[in-house]
Design a protein around this ligand. Structure first.
Ligand code: ADP
Length: 241
């Protein structure tokens, strides 16, 4: 059995040198695919996720269409080359579950009643995994929806708060996820302040939980700024061309 690595150093910094409330470097690129209506790549450190949006278009197969709203279909998938050991390309139970929770999160920000009888397809492809793929994927998907021009109440920022060596930390990486005591992935709509995704792995006290949510809001605010800038940069470049 391998021993648990020290996740918080004596000076209070984390295994990758970050402070507890520090995100990994965040990079967002909008409009990376020509054939999708909207797309984005979101990077949280070494985690790199691509999202592509198609629609609103005729819902296929037709029987899934709804008379009063658009049907969102979400596929979260990890590329076989995204992990250190080849991941099976076939969808796993985990991927099916994540597709469902991400779909439900996105449904709470899309104005679904504007597009009855149609469908929107959202593909989330994890290109490189180092923890936080569902949260980076959620951020990427909501930005791709915005890029597709689909009316949304707010962008959703995903961020996972963890507890490692008894300390709450923001945006956990794979090592912190694997050896930490708790993992709290959040989906936050920074404008409306709604929480549209919340999962908890492990145990937090009531006080820790409240502090973790607060840390999530602060981190979401930082990512939101970068997302807005990335969207703005794409469209300002088009206008200036
Ligand atoms: P998240 O990526 O949202 O944090 P998990 O907590 O389930 O989701 O996974 C944590 C990390 O473990 C992933 O980001 C990835 O780096 C790694 N991981 C997950 N599934 C696999 C897999 N099938 N093979 C290898 N690594 C994986």
């Amino acid at each position: 059995m391998t021993s648990k690595p020290v996740l918080i150093r004596e000076d209070g910094t984390r295994i990758d040198g970050r402070k507890p409330d520090e995100m990994r470097p965040v990079k967002i690129t909008v409009g990376v695919l020509k054939n999708a209506n909207g797309s984005a790549i979101v990077e949280y450190g070494d985690t790199k996720v691509l999202a592509a949006v198609y629609g609103p278009r005729e819902a296929m197969p037709r029987h899934i269409s709804m008379p009063d709203r658009v049907v969102l279909r979400v596929r979260y998938h990890m590329a076989p080359f995204s992990t250190s050991e080849r991941k099976t390309p076939a969808p796993t139970r985990r991927e099916i579950e994540l597709s469902k929770v991400i779909r439900e999160s996105l449904e709470s920000v899309v104005f679904t009643s504007l597009f009855p009888r149609t469908g929107i397809d959202v593909f989330i492809e994890v290109l490189q995994a180092d923890g936080g793929t569902r949260t980076a994927g959620l951020t990427a998907a909501s930005i791709a929806l915005a890029d597709a021009g689909i009316p949304i109440r707010d962008i959703v920022v995903g961020v996972a708060i963890g507890k490692v060596n008894g300390i709450l930390v923001v945006d956990i990486n794979e090592l912190e996820d694997e050896y930490g005591e708790a993992d709290l992935p959040l989906g936050i709509a920074p404008n409306t302040k709604e929480i549209v995704l919340l999962q908890l792995n492990g145990v937090l006290t009531r006080e820790e939980f409240i502090k973790a949510i607060e840390m999530g809001y602060n981190a979401a605010e930082q990512v939101y700024k970068i997302a807005k800038e990335a969207l703005y940069n794409k469209y300002i470049n088009i206008l200036e061309r």
